[in-house]
Design a protein around this ligand. Sequence first.
Ligand code: NAD
Ligand code: MG
Length: 390
Amino acid sequence: MRRVSILGATGSIGESALDVVRASGGRLGVAALAAGSNWRKLEAQAREFRPLLVTAADDAAAHELGRALAGSGIAVAGGDEGLERAATHTAADVVLSAIVGAAGILPTLAAARAGKTIALANKESLVAAGSVITAAAREAGGVLLPVDSEHNALFQLLAGRDAAEVSRLVLTASGGPFLRRNGSLAEVTPEDALRHPSWSMGAKVSIDSATLMNKGLEVIEAHWLFNLPLERIAVVIHPQSVVHGALEMIDGALLAHLSPPDMRIPIAAALYHPERVALPWRRLDLAALGRLEFSAPDHARFPALGLAYAAFARGGTAPAVLNAANEVAVQAFLERRLGFTAIVEVVAEVLAGPVAVPGLPDIDMIMAADAAAREAAAELVRGRQAPRRG
Ligand code: NAD
Ligand code: MG
């Protein structure tokens, strides 16, 4: 049995991963479960999957969890220490990094330093700390297996191939719910923005998909996973989310990866890697699909993508600043304290300020930049008037 430690167990990716474990017929098991504050869901998951350890980052939740699971034989932990234990658990053959946002950086780094096989969904950790995490994994002999659908597709396409034969990586983007909407996006509500046309995901990544920041983060993620310069990583809009990624080969051929838009497929590919196993879920029916569409991203309407390329080009802690400012702005939008188009404006303003520093950063510099960017973004959000509606 291959045992998985799931960081972010109560989220969209975490629950999909548990579905993969459920469907595994005993080939996969759970070593540890970790999440933020939803202790009731963690308790139910722990009772079903019998991990060795379950942990809630929130102290009050950890306390409740400890009471709920007293006498169950399952160890309960909490806080940063609990996350680290789950990320480095000796019983874990693979660690699924699926916490949302920068909260995933340190647990992912801990898993990398422990030489773990990491199934990585938490793209923010590579955006902010890609150099540190990839170096730690390399030194400790660990591997990073991408879970993000586009990256998992590219990983599968690249397997066993000479990188010199590849001229560009192509990531597809659904374009989000506002791809075909006319007029200004300044007044759209969180409900509008959360209505993703092809994927069902957590709130943060759904908003990032609506602004296209998600694809900006993913381009940086692809750089750290596949070691190609950003000039050789392209984005194309593809509303059906059936083609997830493609390799443009030096001879002009394009090798693409297609699958139904179901995260359980790339999650299973990472958890079972290097094996491919039969899965019981929906297949692609190309004839029923009829057509697939592609178009170029509209950078004027969706400036987040260009902002991410620019932050990466600047280097230093700029990508960490981009990521942290975006998290604060997205949260403010979800709480109706900030308008939709102001999300990217806030991120751009924070990047234009003095927070980001150049040079190859260590983890302390990255976490300091993250904290400073959060403060700067919160200040800018307070200075703006959210649109009065929704
Ligand atoms: P989600 O909001 O549904 O779940 C987030 C999980 O993280 C929850 O279990 C929550 O308890 C936990 N968490 C939040 N803050 C925490 C903290 N401070 N400490 C410990 N745990 C904390 O998010 P999601 O949609 O599952 O996304 C998770 C990650 O996967 C994100 O980085 C996202 O970009 C990436 N991803 C998601 C999808 C998707 O389909 N949902 C696809 C590709 C990549
Ligand atoms: Mg993706």
